[in-house]
Ligand binder design. Structure first.
Ligand code: MTE
Ligand code: MO
Length: 426
């Protein structure tokens, strides 16, 4: 692939914030602390969870980089970064959530396979880029198409990273053509995240600029960026130079380091679509699993979690702040968040907010229907107890009470009521 290469080892992976909780080093999988996650409506890039399946690709020459669009269309075409940046720019505030979020809690019921995550394999960012629907128009596919004249019904995104699960092949996924070409679905070819300046070069241990960038104050970093790399870009971990963002859908479909787009008749047959990220019933185990019986998971279900309290927090008797996030898939907003301080016997409603705390959010922002809400409640606690949160979305969908009833062998979509035990320190 011109302009973009995929290393076979992790020596050239970027440096990451030392406070991230690392769940796997190679490939790099890490999440922020709960309290850091819920302290801002927009998740700062350095604290945004990172979920890689292989070494992070490297851009050798951004001018040579292009995305080749082909398959069941008349005129295949390569789009260079300059072509994509020429298309109208949209900013979409969208929550990205890994299907494996809260897996560690599910594995306590019974062992599951997969990277362990606490509640922070999720983040809310302002993604900016071109609409996929506009890019597909450049190759002759009209808006809101269900099928191309030659029978294309799905849009496949192919990366270049080397993934063990694909036997060293690239990560890939697809979405239906009607979603890809529907401007209202807000699917983006994103080249910016939170209006930040990404670190473009390989920042391995050998890179001399690293200590400088890491140690100097944030405003000096901005100055460095303004002087040396004017253009805002994604960070390498999040897909530099270009990634797909599919709002309202599990993170696995938002392919990073986009290399090519294929218009295909049947959904993508890659590992991550067909042999992973599918929701099985609790009765299915590794001996009787038949992957073909289930569809690839797309929209994520209603979810919420408390971030201001760790499990088994020791607190002083008195006021406790219960703060967290709530989000639903498919653009369904949050209707309310219920909180209980007696293990779920009685409930009261938390206040919720979607107010931007950052100034750049007003810059061309178009919608927050894909974004989480933060909720907050205060309660007087006098004895050790279990604090619980559960959300309801605008379609009236609720979360399951217990994790046992949704247990599945891959440990995905743990959306059970979120509980934290707190103990009174006397
Ligand atoms: N795209 C590529 N090319 N390689 C990957 O490993 N991981 C996917 C998705 N896109 C992945 C990818 C998964 S499972 C998730 S949850 C999100 O990217 C994570 O995005 P982030 O690392 O920017 O948070
Ligand atoms: Mo994921």
């Amino acid at each position: 692939m011109p302009g973009l290469t995929a290393p076979s080892d992790y020596n050239q992976d970027p440096r990451r914030h030392p406070e991230l909780l690392v769940n796997s080093k190679e490939p790099f999988n890490a999440e922020p602390h709960r309290s850091a996650l819920v302290s801002s409506y927009i998740t700062p890039v350095e604290f945004f969870y990172k979920r890689n399946h292989g070494p992070v690709p490297i851009v050798d020459d951004i001018n040579k980089y292009n995305v080749f669009i082909s398959g069941l269309i008349e005129n295949p075409k390569g789009l260079y970064m300059k072509d994509i940046r020429k298309l109208p720019k949209y900013s979409v505030t969208a929550t990205l959530q890994c299907a494996g979020n809260r897996r560690t809690a599910m594995s306590k019921t019974k062992m599951v396979k997969g990277v362990g995550w606490d509640i922070s394999a999720i983040g809310n960012a302002v993604w900016a880029g071109a609409r996929l629907a506009d890019a597909l128009e450049l190759v002759g596919i009209p808006k809101c198409s269900h099928v191309t004249p030659s029978g294309g019904k799905h849009v496949e995104f192919v990366s270049i990273d080397k993934c063990k699960e694909e036997n060293g092949g690239p990560y890939k996924a697809s979405i239906p053509l009607c979603q890809a070409t529907n401007p209202e679905a807000d699917v983006l070819l994103a080249y910016e995240m939170n209006g930040e300046h990404g670190t473009k070069s390989a920042m391995g241990p050998k890179n001399a600029m690293f200590p400088l960038k890491c140690l100097i104050a944030p405003n000096l970093i901005s100055l460095y960026n303004i002087l040396f790399c004017m253009q805002k870009t994604l960070e390498r971990d999040h897909g530099y130079p270009l990634r797909v963002i599919v709002p309202g859908v599990i993170g696995a479909r938002s392919v990073k380091w986009l290399d090519s787009i294929n218009i295909i008749a049947k959904e993508c047959q890659g590992f991550f679509m067909q042999k992973d990220y599918k929701m099985f019933p609790p009765s299915v185990n590794w001996d009787n699993i038949d992957w073909s019986t289930r569809r690839p998971q797309m929209d994520f279900p209603i979810q919420c979690a408390i971030g201001s309290l760790e499990d088994v927090n020791k607190v002083e008797p008195g006021k406790v702040t219960i703060k967290g996030y709530a989000v639903s898939g498919g653009g369904r907003g949050i209707e309310r968040v219920d909180v209980s301080i007696d293990g779920g016997k009685t409930w009261f409603e938390a206040s919720k907010s979607q107010k931007a705390t950052n100034t750049y959010i007003s810059d061309g922002e178009n919608s927050d229907k894909w974004a989480w809400v933060l909720f907050e409640a205060e309660a007087d606690i006098s004895r050790s107890t279990e604090i619980v949160a559960k959300a309801v979305d605008i379609a009236g969908n609720v979360q399951p009470e217990n994790v046992e009833v949704i247990w599945n062998l891959r440990g995905i979509l743990n959306t059970s009521w979120h509980r934290v035990h707190i103990e009174i320190d006397r």
